[in-house]
Design a protein around this ligand. Structure first.
Ligand SMILES: Cc1ncc(COP(=O)(O)O)c(C=O)c1O
Length: 453
């Protein structure tokens, strides 16, 4: 047996024993799951909340902790899929929401808070104007609409393996199976959902992340038909794949040569990894930016925006509306989060904690010879179960799923609440402490030692 075969065999044993333990520890989650199966498909309100063997149903959260319906306490690194960089029930955000709620929860009329929040987002992302919406999906849908209106073109480009929400034009090649993804020089546009019109594949072109050659060839052939390219500037739905030096600027230059609008989907990166997201961190500003998740204080807000020239398409007849856009609870929470909680000091604190977590995990990986690596981007980071960093989706297909299957129940059974998918990453908050981080590292180090034993 090779070392890897031995580690994989241990991972399979660990996954079996730890999953059995997880089931023993969470009887009330199972009760809620069985009940929920009757009222919701798969027992959850969003398919991403599914879990193996069933999701853990939560009762509440406080600070860095969440509590499940069986009364167990966990250090939360799930962070509501990357939103909760302030921690749970942050007093400043909770107060702002309570104050707003006492003055009326909804008007569908503009308020001063919505204006102040728009100004703060514009300043962070170096944009002229924004419009609000209610989810990351809506933000990317709106941005694509506006780019199409601005250019008068219908086609779009996305990166293979990127998730931009679940509206039709972007539901292609999100997690394509190797047998249908086509060649690297011309990745296929593969539908990811039943119910997506087949003809739409002709309008969504797919290129590999971190590859300007394939993009250049596509633009030379079809550039005049393409309205926009939508891109996660750091891919965060395959673990984490960072842009290589020069990639983002090179991509922007190529797109602009053909009059194509560059949209950064900063739904996951935005406000979490830097004050002004990945555009700020890597020094490249797109034409349009989409934000949601961490930008709105843990409420269902989102926004997209960019240059006044492109955003003027809205005033000229491109439809952008929504009953709850700029809702007072969301505006109050977003404003408190951005102006009172996520200060310059907060980003420094998150950077220190993130580095402590990633380097602690890397030490455990190295000293036990586990084929994995860590990524550190401040509040967000991950362990990826492959030895070297990812450059694109096809690298992600080499991830060792056996190791992931062992790690999820192992960590959850030791009081670390994790996202239930191998493609996700940790999110830490301003309310996490060194002790929380050290507890994570201790549990992960024991896992590495157990895998190597
Ligand atoms: C990069 C990215 N874009 C868009 C979305 C969609 O956001 P939402 O789930 O709020 O619709 C997600 C969700 O995870 C995402 O990760």
């Amino acid at each position: 047996m090779t070392d890897i075969q031995r580690i994989n065999a241990r991972a399979a044993e660990i996954a079996t024993t730890e999953t059995a333990r997880l089931i023993e520890r969470t009887p009330q989650s199972k009760v809620w799951y069985e009940r929920a199966l009757k009222s919701m498909p798969m027992g959850v309100g969003s398919s991403f909340q599914e879990g193996d063997p069933y999701p853990i149903y939560l009762s509440h959260g406080k600070g860095s902790r969440v509590f499940d319906v069986d009364g167990s306490e966990y250090i939360d690194t799930h962070g509501g899929f990357g939103c909760m960089v302030y921690g749970h029930a942050h007093p400043k955000i909770a107060e702002a929401i309570a104050r707003a709620a006492s003055r009326g929860t909804h008007f569908a009329a503009p308020t001063p808070d919505a204006v102040l929040l728009a100004e703060e987002i514009c300043s962070r992302y170096d944009m002229d104007q924004v419009r609000f919406c209610n989810s990351g999906t809506e933000a990317t849908m709106n941005a694509i609409r506006i780019a199409r209106a601005h250019t008068g073109r219908d086609h779009i480009i996305k990166a293979e393996g990127s998730y931009h929400g679940h509206h039709d034009p972007v539901m292609f090649s999100v997690v394509p199976n190797a047998d249908v993804m086509g060649g690297r020089e011309m990745p296929a546009s593969t539908p990811m959902s039943l119910g997506t019109p087949k003809w739409l594949a002709d309008y969504t072109h797919v290129v590999p992340f971190n590859d300007l050659v394939v993009l250049d060839a596509l633009l030379e052939e079809r550039g005049g038909e393409i309205a926009c390219m939508i891109l996660e500037p750091v891919m965060m739905n395959i673990g984490i794949a960072q842009p290589q030096p020069g990639y983002l600027q090179g991509l922007k230059d190529l797109l602009h040569k053909h009059g194509v609008v560059l949209i950064f989907d900063e739904v996951k990166t935005g406000t979490a990894i830097a004050r002004g997201g990945a555009g700020d961190l890597y020094g490249v500003r797109p034409d349009l930016t989409c934000v949601a998740k961490a930008t709105f204080g843990g409420t269902p807000g989102a926004a997209f925006g960019g240059t006044a020239e492109i955003m003027s398409a809205i005033g000229r007849g491109a439809a952008q509306q929504g009953t709850f856009n700029g809702n007072p609870l969301v505006a109050a929470a977003g404003l408190a989060a951005l102006t009172e909680v996520l200060t310059a000091d907060a980003y420094e604190y998150l950077a220190t904690l993130g580095t402590r977590l990633a380097s602690g995990c890397q030490t455990a990986i190295d000293s036990n010879g586990i084929p994995a690596h860590t990524v550190d981007l401040g509040a967000k980071g991950c362990v990826s179960y492959r030895p070297t960093p990812l450059t694109n989706y096809r690298d992600f297909l080499d991830t060792n799923l056996d190791l992931y299957a062992a790690s999820y129940p192992w960590m959850v059974n030791r009081g670390i609440f994790m996202t239930p998918g191998d493609e996700e990453q940790w999110t830490i908050s301003v309310q996490h402490t060194d002790t929380d981080i050290d507890n994570y590292i201790a549990a992960f180090s024991e896992l590495c030692a157990a895998l190597a034993s």
